[in-house]
Design a protein around this ligand. Sequence first.
Ligand code: AMP
Length: 212
Amino acid sequence: MDRIVLLGSPGAGKGTQAKRLAEYLDIPHISTGDIFRESLKNETKYGLIAKEYMRKGTLVPDDVVNKMVGERLSRSDCRQGFILDGYPRNIKQAIALKNMGIEPDAVLNILVPDVVVIERLSNRRLCRNCSKLYNLLTNPPKRSGVCDLCGGELYQREDDKAETIERRLTVYREETMPLNNYYEKENILRSIDGNLSPDSVFNLLKAAMVRK
Ligand code: AMP
């Protein structure tokens, strides 16, 4: 059973790596940010609640996120494990996860310096249709504005605009970084250099998972 939590600042590469790891391990990738964006697109309950928080770059209230994650993790595809990307986001959520009866097998923390994160986030684009991620500098689409995989339209997340990036980094430092200590104490935190090529980071993550 692989119950994996990915930690790291916005733009650390959690989404990219979580997708690869999920495929490699054949377990679901659960990104709370993706679920909120999808719910917002479909104008369903969680998306409508989350909308303003996401736009401002602040956290959606814990009770909403905890309930949403609890529902997702109780689905049968999570029985063999899962990769949580973007959750928990603060200590209260980590405690809520524990109270759901879930103790992660590994917490992988991807470290990237702030200057790199800011450059990555401001150049990030994603497909409106299939959510594939691009970086205009390091991993651009073949045709400008068009997804290589499905032909969908590429867009910039509203919260990836310069004015919101700073707020998200502050929220990360104040609310999410304390989780490093929290999981360090539980002896399950493994930190990885994320300022390398996606392939190298992937290899480090795989190696870190083996060290159980
Ligand atoms: P992300 O794609 O992980 O950067 O998340 C985008 C936005 O969704 C965040 O800035 C929050 O507004 C919201 N969000 C995602 N995950 C959580 C979470 N675990 N707790 C609270 N808000 C979240």
